[in-house]
Write a new protein. Structure first.
Length: 290
């Protein structure tokens, strides 16, 4: 007769063995199976899986996109000027077997520690080939493509692939002379633009003044021409009127003209004339007072 306790113990052992041989891989994960430390199965898909209890071990890895955010570091441009670059990296596991073997047993922190100098090396090489102006003005867009190619050439040995390298900030170090040089160049450029604008303003002002003077001369010439014409017409009309008056009464006309001459020559009251009493000019100053 069998002992019920033995059946109970056997059942518990069987249940534990069954539980230890079943495992699940979650969505967004992959896994490898180790048999006494040797990889026997890899790239396991999400779902329910089985393994030999005790002798086999399961290691799971995140297959989602991971981030590496590093502290800012200094790099030199082609002019040997310092720039401080702050960046972050997006990466994921591509080959889980290689990742486990070469990245510290598949530890993410160990992988980041291996990836960080690769990114810095590639970034240093790209910045060293560019001028300060090229790095500051277009660094975020131009650097990414070259960086990915250079980084992934070495990151493949870790079983990972770098998807993106983003430059967050490119700063000029506060303790370097570059910042003051940049400000001085900016001031020089602004002064150059201001001087050019002033010169263009003076040139435009001179042009406006010259055009105004020309128009003034034209207007004055036209006015003088019109005035001469009017005066000529007036003198002609006056001559006609005078001739008509002379034709009607020559003596009266001569008398009138003499009065005009007297007014013109002695009208101010201060003129003294010394003339012969028999002068034609005094013909209307008769001896009898007429």
């Amino acid at each position: 007769m069998h002992n019920p306790v033995s059946y109970l113990i056997a059942g518990v052992v069987l249940l534990l063995a069954l539980l230890s041989s079943v495992y699940t891989v979650s969505e967004g994960q992959t896994a490898i199976v180790l048999n006494l430390g040797k990889i026997v199965r890899s790239d396991l898909k999400p779902g329910l899986h089985f393994k030999w209890p005790v002798v086999e071990e399961v290691r799971k890895f995140d297959q989602r996109i991971l981030s590496l955010d590093d502290a800012p570091d200094r790099y030199l441009t082609t002019e040997k000027k310092d720039v401080e670059v702050d960046f972050f990296v997006k990466w994921r596991i591509k080959n889980v077997t290689t990742f486990y073997r070469n990245a510290g047993g598949g530890d993410e922190d160990a992988a980041k520690a291996r990836l960080r100098p690769l990114v810095r090396k590639a970034l240093r090489g790209e910045i060293n080939r560019r001028s300060l102006q090229a790095v500051v003005s277009s660094g975020r867009s131009d650097l990414t493509g070259s960086l990915l190619k250079a980084i992934n050439a070495e990151a493949a040995t870790l079983g990972i692939v770098v998807l993106d390298v983003r430059i967050k900030r490119i700063n000029l170090p506060q303790d370097s002379t570059v910042l003051e040089n940049v400000f001085q160049r900016m001031r020089t450029d602004r002064e150059k633009v201001a001087n050019q604008l002033r010169a263009e303003g003076v040139q435009a002002s001179d042009g406006i003044k010259a055009d105004a003077d020309r128009q003034r001369q034209v207007i004055l010439a036209d006015a003088e021409r019109d005035a001469q014409k009017v005066r000529g017409e007036g003198d002609g009309r006056a001559a006609e009127i005078g001739a008509a008056a002379y034709g009607q009464d020559a003596e009266f006309y001569a008398f009138y003209r003499s009065l005009e001459a007297y007014r013109a020559s002695m009208g101010d009251g201060r003129t003294t004339l010394v003339l012969d009493p028999e002068s034609e000019f005094l013909r209307y100053f008769g001896k009898d007072g007429r």
